[in-house]
Design a protein around this ligand. Structure first.
Ligand SMILES: Cc1cc2nc3c(=O)[nH]c(=O)nc-3n(C[C@H](O)[C@H](O)[C@H](O)COP(=O)(O)O)c2cc1C
Length: 357
């Protein structure tokens, strides 16, 4: 029996945010199962100058304040994306602001970037970096703007200045639905200059060897025209990658009414197919030239493999952890190996984009 099946009823007896805080606290104090991570060369992934021991990462929003980097990597993730961090600390929206629907393995959140600000965030990463037995793994930094910021570029530049030397990669989050005006950055007019400022900040503040790649994270709620426009921006601006996707504002009919009525972004199973479609579209629109990290509703090896075949080079997950616990990460990696064998592939990279052949 898996340990999480014993812990789950206890965690789920609390409201989702309290359960999350308990989980982060347990991780920080070393109270988590020591799972032997899958270590198989067929899953080793090199992207940009970074080496991932497997293609499965933790999505942004779980470890907002960079408090549990080592425990997360120890659970078997190939990488973790910490944040979203904003320059100043902020409270976010009033609680309750996370809701779960166990039947559909779905989550709605309207957190609004609560976080302790860049000072604490930086200290926590430094603690991890300086630790004697540093856990290997890639650490991406997801950056966003404060709610009261009217000039978004200022916040992104500020964050790159203060975190540049600590980032393996940066994710520019312009797709969370809970910060007013943030999703408006998803247009050519707004995004081209923003990326130019961010790239300039990277040249100025990051070490010239191994500059951290800059990725942009997009929403699944983009129509065809917007997707075309943003794919062109991705190519023309020279960004290094895309994260597809954030949560959706959709509310499928299958969801219970009371849950569906909650405002915020929906994640987990109900966003899975939509996010895969967006990955497929961007892979085609960018001719496979811009690496994609696929995220949205991944809860099995088959789901992760589907995202990879759609065009993702790496995969992330968050919501499925709430329902299936940390053992899921190793299960997914084991299942990926079986799926690779079934398809006659020697390495995970051979599966990328094969849904298009
Ligand atoms: C409670 C919660 C908080 C989140 N916070 C963030 C965030 O701060 N920044 C971000 O880019 N995405 C955030 N996300 C979105 C996830 O990173 C991911 O893109 C989305 O949930 C889809 O993946 P999933 O279905 O595996 O959860 C959050 C998701 C959840 C459920």
């Amino acid at each position: 029996m898996k340990l999480f099946s014993l812990i789950k009823p206890i965690l789920h007896a609390f409201d989702p945010e309290t359960a999350h805080q308990m989980t982060i606290s347990a991780l920080k104090h070393g109270l988590y199962p020591r799972l032997t991570p899958v270590n198989d060369p067929r899953l080793y992934t090199k992207l940009w100058h970074l080496k991932f021991k497997n293609p499965i990462g933790l999505a942004a929003g779980f470890d907002k304040n960079a408090e549990a980097i080592a425990p997360i990597l120890n659970m078997g993730f190939g990488f973790t994306e910490i944040g979203t961090v904003t320059p100043k600390p902020q409270m976010g929206n009033p609680r309750p602001r996370i809701f779960r629907d166990v039947t559909n393995e779905a989550v709605i959140n309207r957190m609004g970037f609560p976080n302790k600000g860049v000072g604490i965030f930086r200290q926590n990463i430094q603690k991890f970096v300086k630790s004697k037995k540093r856990t290997p793994g890639v650490v991406g930094l997801n950056i966003g703007m404060n709610k009261d910021q009217t000039k978004p570029a200022n916040d992104y530049i500020f964050l790159i200045k203060h975190l540049g030397h600590l980032a393996h990669y940066f994710t520019v989050n312009i797709s969370s639905p809970n910060t007013p005006g943030l999703r408006d950055l998803q247009s050519r007019e707004n995004l081209m200059p923003l990326i130019a400022y961010i790239q300039e900040a990277r040249e100025t503040y990051c070490e010239s060897e191994n500059l951290p790649p800059i990725l942009v994270k997009l929403a699944p709620d983009l129509n065809e025209e917007q997707q075309q426009e943003l794919a062109d921006v991705a190519i023309d601006s020279g960004i290094d990658g895309l994260i597809l996707t954030n949560t959706t504002l959709d509310r499928p009919d299958s969801l219970p009414e009371a849950f569906s009525a909650e405002k915020g972004g929906l994640s987990g199973q109900p966003v899975k197919d939509k996010s895969t479609e967006v990955i497929k579209n961007f892979y085609v629109l960018t001719q496979g030239k811009i690496p994609i990290i696929g995220v949205g509703g991944v809860s099995s090896g088959a789901d992760a493999y589907e995202k990879i075949k759609a065009g993702a080079s790496l995969v992330q997950l968050y919501s499925a952890l709430i329902f299936q616990g940390p053992e899921l990460v190793n299960d997914i990696n084991h299942d990926l190996l079986t799926l690779l064998e079934e398809d006659g592939f020697d390495h995970i990279s051979q599966a990328i984009g094969t849904a298009h052949q």
